[in-house]
Design a protein around this ligand. Sequence first.
Ligand SMILES: [Zn+2]
Length: 155
Amino acid sequence: MALVFQEGKVSEPENLAARVLIRTYAKLHVPVKIEDVLGCYDLKLIGLGLGGDDGFLMQARPTGGVVFVNSEHHMHRQRFTAGHELYHYITGDYDERSANIFAASLLMPSIIIGEIWNDIRQRPEPRAWAVKLFAAQFGVSPEAARIRLKVSGLY
Ligand SMILES: [Zn+2]
């Protein structure tokens, strides 16, 4: 199907192209396939019952390893934990806050969150529901979504 540009509706073709790319990106890459992202770093993702722990990283030498996540947690939380552990792996930095910011930014890419949030906000549903829709699109918890939106100045 060809896209039809009606005169007057689109004043900035370059702007439109950018929006089309953002939508294409979203369709292709959201929710982010965290297992594949880890795979690119030679990391395997394995779910295990871990009691009270979210997960941990077991590094192999010289590279790669295994990221264990708590299989008793919600899938959205497991995804977040996987991103969190990836930060530790890539940077060697064990700062928890930085790892969380990294995980949120990885699962909710900055280039598309504004566009998707604006789309959702055009619907009549209340804001709390909008956050749930947004979270579902990115495969994250509503809490993680709300924080990401807030930090990004969207919420
Ligand atoms: Zn950590």
